[in-house]
Design a protein. Structure first.
Length: 208
């Protein structure tokens, strides 16, 4: 019996040694919008990376109020400023209405119901602007609708709203290049957990 146990133990060590002896290769992966290079091993045709590497590479879990803040990005990229998740979904021009429409998504990332007004944003939409290729800046065209659709809309934790910001223009000749929602601590009387740079800046010339 003792001999059998010794042989079994040697077999286990041999298997473990074989697995550890596999060549360590670096693999490129994309997690939470971040490009990472991680050490990996291949066992029985499957690639494995260690949890320790992932923890070090991504110290904050994806999603929830602990998500790493990032407030600058491209179209279709979800941004986070400590209190809100925000994304520009698309940009289009209506010839009939002579209006640029910016379709946006705003989600409450806090643990209590809240509206954008006084939780980073002012109530009249003056902190929401569109920069054009010519260098001109456009302001929100319909303040009342913007208030009803998003600024004064009370959202439960995790809830969101998808709507359009409207910017009047004579034609589509002058293309929008940048979108800015200048959320700031100055408009945070409700004490939302905003990051140090809470303004959302979106480059409309790139998409994810």
């Amino acid at each position: 019996m003792k001999i059998a146990r010794v042989i079994l133990s040697i077999g286990v060590v041999s298997v473990l040694g074989f697995a550890l002896a596999q060549a360590v290769k670096q693999v490129s992966v994309s997690l939470a919008g971040k490009s990472l290079k991680l050490d990996s091993v291949i066992v029985k045709g499957k690639t494995y990376v260690s949890l320790e590497q992932l923890k070090k590479a991504l110290p904050n879990p994806v999603g929830g109020a602990n998500q790493a803040a990032g407030t600058t990005g491209c179209i279709n990229q979800m941004l986070f400023n400590g209190a809100w998740r925000f994304r520009v979904q698309k940009v289009f021009f209506s010839v009939e209405e002579k209006t640029w429409f910016i379709t946006v998504e705003l989600r409450n990332a806090m643990n209590q119901s809240a509206m954008a007004f006084n939780n980073g944003s002012e109530g009249l939409g003056g902190d929401i602007t569109l920069s054009m290729a010519s260098g001109n800046t456009l302001n929100i065209a319909n303040v009342n609708e913007t208030q009803d659709k998003i600024l004064l809309k009370n959202l439960a934790p995790g809830a969101g709203v998808v709507t359009n910001f409207e910017f009047s223009a004579d034609s589509d000749a002058d293309k929008p290049t940048k979108f800015l929602w200048a959320m700031s601590a100055a408009n945070n009387s409700s004490k939302a957990p905003l990051s140090k740079e809470p303004a959302f800046r979106v480059d409309l010339t790139c998409a994810k």
